[in-house]
Design a protein around this ligand. Structure first.
Ligand SMILES: Cc1cc2nc3c(=O)[nH]c(=O)nc-3n(C[C@H](O)[C@H](O)[C@H](O)COP(=O)(O)OP(=O)(O)OC[C@H]3O[C@@H](n4cnc5c(N)ncnc54)[C@H](O)[C@@H]3O)c2cc1C
Length: 381
């Protein structure tokens, strides 16, 4: 029996394991590895930060994974050799027939001088808890929210952060001036309608928005952010940290040929240049934004490829880079952008205006994923 080894039980790895269990449970052995004991949705960090939801409430234990044919192992991957498909972990070694790298993206806060010393972030669970505690004692002033580097996870998430932060401070009658800074020229370049809606929402709340501007460093002694067009003083600095591949991926050589240190893949098949080795999700250099919904769609393509390989059949399914992203606007309202990057001659991404109905749709989509990834567990967050 052939072995499929999936590194990373995040959005992409969980979707792939579920798909393969469904289609190939009796034909392959599927081993799924993650260093954590539980899965957490990216958007759950907003719940921790703004809705005082305790982190343990949004963690879904891998102990609840019960897919036929799938073995979950809690191990830390320490080395990957894509030429031989040999993987070393803190507990074992593997030489699978098919290897899928779905290890996501790590953060590199030290890449922005002064950020570790004087900045806050909410892209990690620890960072969301720390910022939550800081907000509880924040008495007002200048708040800068800056995207420090591109690409970063979930392009709408910084704007969701700005709007939910405004709501939180407004509720507490805190006098604050919010300023959002991004090196990009618009929030969601693929969707002019979504970008316009987000910019309008920022304007309506009096949140200053500076597109095309980058924060290079913080000066903790003066509490100023350094940009090419001048220093910006702050009382609270929140940054979306620079992203990078996990160190174990960088050391593997898989990033050779990829843009800016991401894993080179065939954009149609998610195959790396190494036979039998795929990469999907945030760590892969596919022509889509970093977001769970695109990792999930990539997992469908890789599952089809593995199924065809195992059965010796034709494989015509190609990665389409599709995904529906829900966007929190505050006040219980959620909008959505329905993106399709690769099916047609040009990407399309129509926008649906914020509504309570879409808030329910977002919750239902999360529940459906948990049912699919952790069948029978009835987990909800
Ligand atoms: C605030 C915020 C809001 C977001 N909102 C959304 C949203 O609404 N919709 C959306 O689609 N996306 C959203 N995202 C983005 C989404 O979370 C990620 O894009 C998605 O999780 C990527 O999936 P992945 O499988 O590539 O990586 P991940 O889900 O990050 O999974 C990677 C896994 O690899 C494991 N791992 C890493 N290194 C090792 C190692 N050495 N050994 C063992 N295991 C390892 C990690 O523990 C992790 O479980 C949001 C992100 C943030 C931060």
């Amino acid at each position: 029996m052939r072995t499929v080894l999936i590194l990373g039980a995040g959005f992409g790895g969980l979707e792939l394991a579920s798909r393969l269990s469904h289609s190939l449970a009796d034909e392959v052995r599927i081993v799924l590895i993650d260093r954590n004991d539980s899965f957490t949705f990216g958007f759950a960090k907003l719940e921790i930060l703004f809705r005082d939801v305790p982190p343990e409430r949004v963690r879904v234990p891998y102990a609840d994974l019960a897919h036929p044919g799938v073995e979950f192992r809690r191990e830390e991957v320490s080395a990957i050799d894509p030429r031989t498909r040999r993987v070393v972990t803190d507990k074992s070694e593997y030489e699978p027939d098919i290897l899928v790298v779905a290890l996501g993206a790590d953060y590199d806060p030290a890449a922005t001088p002064g950020f570790v010393e004087d900045g806050y972030e909410y892209y990690s669970i620890e960072g969301a808890c720390r910022l939550r505690d800081r907000l509880a004692t924040f008495e007002g002033g200048d708040v800068l929210l800056a995207i420090l580097s591109v690409p970063f996870k979930c392009p709408p998430a910084p704007y969701e952060g700005a709007m939910l932060l405004y709501e939180k401070l407004f509720e507490r009658h805190i006098d604050a001036r919010l300023h959002m800074i991004s090196p990009m020229d618009s929030p969601i370049p693929v969707s002019a309608d979504t970008s316009a809606a987000l910019v309008e929402a920022l304007n309506n709340r009096g949140i200053e928005y500076s597109p095309g501007r980058r924060v290079y460093a913080l000066d903790p002694s003066r509490h100023v952010a350094v940009t090419r067009t001048g220093d910006l003083p702050y009382d609270l600095f929140i940054g979306i940290p620079k992203h990078r591949v996990p160190a174990v991926v960088e050391a593997s050589g898989l990033t050779e040929g990829g843009t800016d240190g991401w894993i080179a893949v065939d954009p149609h098949t998610l195959e790396t240049p190494y036979p039998g080795v795929y990469a999907l999700g945030d760590c892969a250099d596919a022509p889509v934004p970093r977001a769970g919904v695109f990792a999930e769609d990539a997992a469908h393509t890789v599952a089809a490829g593995i199924t065809a390989t195992v059965r010796g059949s034709d494989w015509s399914e190609r990665y389409r880079g599709r995904g529906v992203c829900h966007i929190e606007f505050g006040d219980g309202l959620v909008g959505k952008v329905d993106a399709d990057f690769l099916s047609g001659p040009a990407p399309v991404a129509p926008f649906s205006a914020p509504s309570k109905e879409l808030a329910r749709e977002k919750a239902a989509a999360a529940a459906a994923r948990l049912d699919r990834w952790f069948p029978g567990s009835n987990r909800r967050i």
